[in-house]
Design a protein around this ligand. Structure first.
Ligand SMILES: [Zn+2]
Length: 490
């Protein structure tokens, strides 16, 4: 019997967040998105246990990225929580290798020297808002528009709040004082300067445009069967007077792919496009959370390095989203539907790769409002919290550095957080050194000696099955931005 529920996951996530000290939390005038990874065990009656948590909505630009892997480039809550999860997996593998305590791993029955996640253990993801990018693009119902207008009239500060956020991030995002972070479409028309230095008019108002208010929506919905086979299902064209605008994302289409029309109404955004994180100024190379989460459904959440020690990709059993502005179809399209034409080779299927379809659900939780009682939250908090249950971690990231670091200096061991690539890589190498020669997986036995001094890039490349799956994924999404070797050569 399954010992979990969406309610239990949300409530465990929120009580953990509430119980954390003030360190890195938003002030009474700030808000932040929240994401967690939780674990449930079918063999136990325990409710969900949160194992990692991330907050934040910032991302550093291309020119600030560290060549040595000291900085965290992408500090969106979802991505920070995932880094905390990787740290947790490394810690659990360490205990399994040393046989010091009970862990989520057991020795793999199929691959010598590797480990399997024990039967009945499931991982669940929670986020307080729809992920940025494709999952945030959906038709807005008139109900949403009406609610926002009324709120604007009541407190008279909606426009001001939106302006503040526009200036800070360039994204179409705001905090709602009555809900945990949600996004809004009501904003003033503004002129912004894009990264090329060119000024463009950007229509941010939720405009009901007679010419576009009854656009036909068509789409191909894609379902993936448990065997990993994709099935196309044509969704009927819908003529719906209730939908005259779409909820928008600040995430921009990647170059070389399809582009947004930015026309008012339902056609503002192109659907299914790969996008980079919202933000203005120095453009970021980080893909939107919708895109990264979609990739988790093929490559797993464990990453290339850990696939050297874990015998199967680690997939999420469920994804729960709270917040008012949510659309089931958009979430499924963004995270699963876009994968429908991806064909995995027999070899990859045998290694446990699949087109994974997590259980995705929205859950509106009343207690979310408790977190916003401090007052009107009008700005996005500048920092990101990363928390992990074991090894115990609670750090704050500001512009990629650890809080308190001198950000004018080159980042190093002291000014970085424990989930930066450099430190996770170092943790991983230490892990490999703990394995006795007899127990090393075949793939590592040849590599360990010469590669121990090897670069992050080389180690990732040595994860051959993972790289095969990644290559296939990249062929399917040729405009996906991949970090150059120079950013992984440390
Ligand atoms: Zn995001």
């Amino acid at each position: 019997m399954e010992a979990w529920s969406h309610e239990a996951i949300v409530s465990a996530s929120l009580s953990l967040f509430q119980g954390l000290g003030k360190k890195g939390k938003p002030s009474s005038e700030e808000w932040t998105p929240l994401a967690t990874f939780s674990l449930t065990d079918d063999s136990k009656t325990d409710i969900a246990k949160v194992i990692s948590l991330g907050t934040g909505s910032k991302c550093i630009g291309e020119h600030k990225m560290s060549l040595e892997g000291w900085l965290v480039n992408d500090s969106h809550a979802e991505i920070i929580a995932r880094r905390g999860f990787v740290k947790y997996l490394i810690g659990q593998l360490k205990s399994a290798i040393l046989e010091t305590e009970d862990t989520i791993f057991e020795r793999s029955p199929i691959c010598k020297g590797q480990y399997s996640i024990k039967n009945g253990i499931k991982f669940h993801f929670f986020t307080s808002q729809s992920p940025c990018g494709d999952a945030s693009i959906f038709p807005l119902s008139t109900k949403h528009q009406r609610i926002e207008e009324e709120e604007g009239e009541e407190n008279g500060s909606a426009t001001k709040r939106m302006k503040l956020i526009e200036e800070e991030s360039g994204s179409i995002t705001e905090g709602n004082p009555n809900q945990f972070p949600i996004r809004s479409t009501s904003a003033p028309k503004s002129t912004v300067t894009v990264s090329t230095g060119q000024a463009v008019d950007r229509e941010l108002n939720a405009v009901e445009d007679g010419a576009h208010s009854d656009v036909h929506r068509t789409g191909t919905k894609c379902l993936i069967t448990s065997t990993g086979q994709a099935i196309d299902e044509e969704v009927n064209a819908v003529e719906d007077g209730a939908h005259s605008d779409v909820h928008r994302t600040g995430a921009k289409c990647v170059k070389g792919g399809s582009t947004d029309s930015h026309l008012p109404g339902l056609g503002y955004h192109v659907l299914r496009a790969l996008r980079t994180k919202p933000g203005r100024g120095d453009p970021t190379l980080s893909m939107s959370c919708s895109d990264k989460m979609m990739r988790w459904n093929v490559l797993g959440v464990q990453g290339a390095l850990l696939f050297l020690l874990i015998d199967k990709p680690v997939y999420l059993h469920s994804i729960t989203v709270s917040g008012e502005l949510y659309n089931q179809e958009a979430m499924e399209r963004a995270l699963v539907g876009r994968l429908c034409h991806l064909k995995l080779s027999k070899e990859l299927l045998e290694k446990g790769y699949k087109l994974h379809q997590p259980i995705i659900k929205q859950l509106k939780q009343g207690s979310l409002q408790e977190l916003t009682k401090g007052g009107t939250r009008c700005r996005m908090a500048p920092g990101s919290i990363v928390w992990c249950i074991d090894p115990p971690t609670h750090e704050v990231i500001i512009q990629g550095y650890c809080q308190g670091a001198n950000r004018k200096q080159k980042p190093d061991d002291k000014s970085s957080v424990s989930i930066c690539k450099k430190k996770l890589f170092s943790d991983f190498k230490e892990l490999v050194q703990l394995i006795s020669d007899n127990d090393l997986p075949v793939i590592l036995s040849d590599l360990r000696v010469q590669e121990y001094e090897g670069r992050y890039y080389d180690w990732k490349q040595s994860s051959l099955d993972y790289q095969k799956a990644r290559t296939l994924f990249n062929e399917h999404f040729p405009t996906w931005l991949t970090n150059g070797r120079e950013l992984e050569y440390f």
